[in-house]
Structure formats: C-alpha cells, structure tokens
Design a protein around this ligand. Structure first.
Ligand code: PEP
Ligand code: MG
Length: 573
C-alpha cells in the first residue's frame, strides 16, 4: 500500500509543478550537469564499442552525442525550465512529446525510427537527473507505488535509485523481465492492467495485491483497514519463515532438495544469503551490460564475476552467458527492430554473431573460476540452445579458451558446462544433447512461452502462457525423467520453481534442484518439509490426468491447502 507515482515510458515524471523563481538557476545547473555526464558516457561508449565491436556499431552513439549537443534540443529544454519554470524532468517529458508528434507525421520510416534515439538520450539524461534529485522535489508522503505503461529491463538503473514498494504496469506478463526484477526484490507487482494510467494520478493511494493480481485506487476506509490486516499477517508469516534460514531443505520423508537463488547483481546476493539459498542457480549476466554506463570489457567482467563468486553462498554459482535480445536490448549489438524479437536474433544466437566478444565473456568467467579453490563450483550455462551443433560450437570455443588459459597457468578445465533448456525443439530431443553437456537447467519461462506459442510479455495471451497447463506438465515430466535416467544433473530456474503449486509437481517428477527469486526460498523450504514422495506422486498422477489448466490450478490450490495449510497466504495462481 502506498502513494502512486506515475511515470511515462522514459521514466520521467510528467509532473507540472512549477519551480519557485529562486530554484530556476539550480535546475538549469542540474540539467547542464546531466548533459555533461551523459556526454561522458556516450564518449566512453564510442571508444569501447568501436574497439570491441567495430566502428559501425559505435556510430549510433555519435548520433546520440550529437542530440545532446543539438542547439534546438537543449535550448527547448532550457526554455521550458526558464520561462515556464518546469523541472528538468518535466521539460524533458514535454520536449520528447513534441518530437514524438513531429516524427510520427513523417512517412519516412528511417526518420520515424530516429525518435527512439531521442528517447534513448532522454532516458540517459533522466537517469543522471535522478541521481541528483531536485532540492525540493514535490515530496510524496510515504512509500511509493510505481505506475507505468511498461518497464524495460534497461530502466532498472533508474528503478534501483528510488525506493518502491509496489509496481503496476499496463503491459507485461508474470514472467516478463520487469516482473522478475520486481519479484527478485520482493516487491509486489501487478502487470497487464490496461488503462491504469487513465485511472490513477500521482499522489493517489494505491493497494497492490500481487497475490490476486488486483490494484485498488483510493480504497474506502474499510477496505484499507482490511488490507492493512492482511499485510500484517503476510509480513508476520514471511518473517516466521525467514527464521528457517539455516535449516536444510528436506522433505518429510528425508529427501534433500537444493534451493538456489536467481540473481541479477551483487546486491541480490545479500538477499540470497539472507533467505538461506544454497548458492546461486542463475546469474543473469546481461544485467551487468544493461546497467553499465558504457560496455564492460573483459577485465571489468572478470572483476565482477570474481566478486559474484566470492559472495555467493558457499561459493557456488551458475553463470549464464549473455542473454540479450527479446525484451532486453543494448544498442551496441546493432539491429534493434525485428518483427518477432523473441523468435529472432536473441540470446546465444546473438553471442555467436560476435565471437570475439563472446570469447571475452567466457574467458572472464573461466579466469575468475580458475582462481578459486574449487573451480567445479562455478558453472557456466548457455541460454536458448536449440541444436546439437550449437552446443558443440560452444564447447569447442570453451576448450580453446581453456587451453589458452592453461598456458598462462590458469586451470579452469573442471568448470562444468550446461545448456538451458528453453526451446521445445531441444526439449524433445534432449536425450541426444545430454552427452555433450555436464548439466541441464530448465528455463521454464521461455520453454512455456515457446511451447504454448504465447509471448510471455503480452497480457492478451497470458491465459495461454501458463506453467501449469497440461502440455507443459507432460513435457517437463518427460524431460526430468530423461535427465534422471541418464544421471545428468538437472535444475529448473524459471519462475515456476518458486510457486508452491508447481513445486509440488516438479518434486514429484523427480526434480531435486531448483533456482528461484530469493524471496520464495523460505516458502518453498517450508513446503518441502510438509511433502513426502508418496503424497507428491499421488498428486502428480491426478494432475497429469486433468485436461485443462484451470482444472490443474483448482486441484493444486486444494492440495496446497491440505499439504501446508499455513502457507495459504503465499499460494498464488
Ligand atoms: C527462463 O527462461 O526460464 C529463464 C530462467 O531465463 P529468463 O527468464 O532470463 O529468460
Ligand atoms: Mg530464458
């Protein structure tokens, strides 16, 4: 429950509050400072991108720098601050709006697209502005609920700087990256609420019920107090469960399970340790790139991996190579517009197209791992593997780099290599891929979207993109059996690992290793302690006989209520 803070698509608050006359000079200085810092970033980007990727890829940042220095652009903004006494943020919002209208009138698609460059520049400027908040920014009382059209992963830089207790977005689904980010911070979020920005104004009181997917605006006193009560119970239960941090996760009939954390940065490691994770099961390295001012080179990456390894619980970590594309883009990888970005040039496919860059990432990880006492605790996995050729190609790259490192005295050959199972084609032929890898990690967020042909970001098809749908359960059951049959270590690191209903079914399928947003670990640990193999097997057998997702969901809600009645508040569809 908090105060709404509505923002537009470049993270700028369109607030219209006028500055006091004596604040105008400070605001102009704030804007100049943001321009200087942005120019510095863009110049560093040009240098690094041209040396790592080439001149052509760096050209875009020269264009961006030119926009910052464009006299018309900056004088428009200064004018808004000076004459209309708008804040720099509001002035950016206004000017971006003008450019968007202007560019949309042209038929020339090249020029039309240039508005996205202006938007990129505005995003950078606004990130720098938010570092130095206005001296007397209109103080919104209490904790903030962010209300936005959409949240892009590249905007996390800004998100991290403001304290949020809830997020509501018009677009996105349960497993879109913005939702995952919110979850990893334990922030309740509801996405896919169409028209929300027409119904909420900055300053409204908002209740975000992430369990039911509800958003209440300016609730009446009775509703508000009912929610306060629910909130107290919820936090009490979470605190109680978190107290089990040092208890090993074991089922009621003595089956140990491993509960790992999905993390995106160093800060997440603290949460992972606080929640009692056995280690890190998924480090999404693309966030290092998405949140970096320019582009991290091999040495910077190496330093980051080194710290991540040292600070992971038990020094155990699975590092995933760059998974960009889809909804996560950085401009220096080129080509930004695709008709079907999730089916296109993303993830490992993109890494293959920049072999030197890909090699630098692998080398940075292997160097950091090779220095540890036990390099086998650092695992590398490759996202979106579709064919055997791809995994062979990756292996031969890794072997070559390992040989080079060995000549420098760095022994990294014990680092296990794994594939992420996210594409149905690979899932169907998993038996033919297993002998080429040391482990498998099921990326169910993508596997579900590709199997169901339903975009994980599109709220219109979220009824299809469901992990508890019968076809998904059948496929997972078969994949887990195959991996166990060949004694190949298998983990699941999609969001469903932390959902009680899915967890029971996965446990019954024979899965014993799970990686999830750290906030869910205490709940799943508690659930495990109520489970036996026998009971889980009965539940799975019945669930597999059901024909619709709705039936599975109803049945599982019922089962959770019986198996672990104390977790009622934490069970969601
Ligand atoms: C997945 O697809 O399940 C996964 C864990 O990767 P990501 O969510 O980063 O795509
Ligand atoms: Mg994925």
């Amino acid at each position: 429950m908090g105060v709404a803070y509505c923002i537009d698509d470049v993270f700028v608050s369109p607030g219209r509050e006028q500055l006091q006359p004596d604040q105008v000079q400070t605001e102009l200085q704030r804007f100049s400072r943001a321009c200087r810092l942005t120019t510095g970033d863009l110049q560093a980007l040009q240098r690094k991108v041209s040396s790592q990727f080439g001149e052509e890829e760096a050209a875009i940042f020269r264009v961006h720098e030119a926009i910052v220095h464009d006299a018309a652009f900056s004088s428009k903004i200064r004018d808004c601050i000076l004459r209309e006494r708008l804040s720099a943020d509001a002035a950016l919002h206004r000017v971006l709006g003008e450019y968007t209208t202007l560019f949309s009138r042209t038929r020339d698609s090249y020029i039309k697209e240039r508005v996205s460059d202006v938007r990129d520049v505005v995003l950078r400027l606004s990130a720098h502005l938010s570092e130095v908040l206005q001296p007397e920014s209109p103080a919104l009382p209490g904790p903030l609920v962010l209300v936005a059209k959409e949240l892009l992963p590249s905007q996390v830089v800004v998100l991290g700087k403001r304290e949020m207790i809830g997020i509501v977005t018009q677009s996105g689904g349960q497993t879109s990256h913005a939702a995952i980010l919110a979850r990893s911070r334990g922030i309740p979020a509801v996405s896919g609420v169409s028209g929300i920005l027409n119904q909420v104004r900055t300053g409204d009181t908002v209740v975000v019920d992430g369990r039911e997917g509800l958003v209440l605006v300016n609730p009446d006193p009775e509703t508000e107090s009912a929610y306060r009560k629910l909130q107290r119970e919820f936090f009490l239960l979470k605190d109680e469960l978190a107290a089990n941090r040092d208890v090993q996760p074991v089922s009621a009939d003595g089956q140990p399970v491993e509960l790992f954390a999905n993390v995106n940065n160093l800060a997440d490691l603290k949460t992972a340790a606080a929640m009692g994770a056995s280690g890190v099961g998924l480090y999404r390295t693309e966030y290092l790139f998405l949140t970096h001012r320019d582009v991290p080179d091999e040495q910077e990456q190496y330093q980051n991996y080194q710290k991540m390894i040292q600070r992971s619980p038990g020094g155990q970590i699975t590092i995933r190579t760059l998974d960009l594309g889809g909804d996560k883009t950085v401009p220096y990888f080129g080509r930004r517009r695709e008709a079907n970005p999730f089916m296109g040039w993303r993830s490992i496919r993109l890494s293959f197209e920049h072999p030197e860059f890909f090699a630098a990432q692998i080398r940075a990880i292997l160097r950091a791992a090779g220095e540890t006492d036990d390099p086998s605790r650092v695992r590398i996995m490759f996202p979106m593997i579709t064919t055997l050729e791809e995994i062979r190609r990756v292996r031969s790259m890794v072997r070559r780099i390992q040989r080079e490192l060995a000549q420098q005295g760095i022994d990294s050959h014990r680092v296990p290599l794994g594939l992420m199972l996210e594409v149905p084609a690979a899932a169907i032929s998993i038996d033919t891929l297993l002998s080429s890898v040391d482990f498998v990690s099921i990326g169910s967020n993508d596997l579900v979207q590709y199997l169901m042909a339903a975009d994980r970001d599109n709220p219109k098809v979220s009824h299809l993109c469901q992990p508890l749908s019968p076809p998904v359960l059948r496929l997972l059951n078969s994949v887990i059996h195959t991996c166990n049959h060949y004694r190949k270590p298998v983990t699941l690191c999609g969001e469903m690992a932390g959902a009680p209903r899915a967890f029971v079914l996965l446990f019954a399928m024979g899965l014993r290793s799970f990686s999830m947003s750290p906030a869910f670990i205490p709940t799943i640990k508690e659930l495990t302690s109520h489970l036996t193999r026998q009971r889980a097997a009965e539940v799975l057998q019945h669930a597999l006989s059901l024909k619709t997702t709705r039936q599975v969901n109803r049945y599982m809600a019922d089962q959770i209520a019986q198996i672990a009645p104390n977790l009622r508040l934490l069970d969601t569809a």
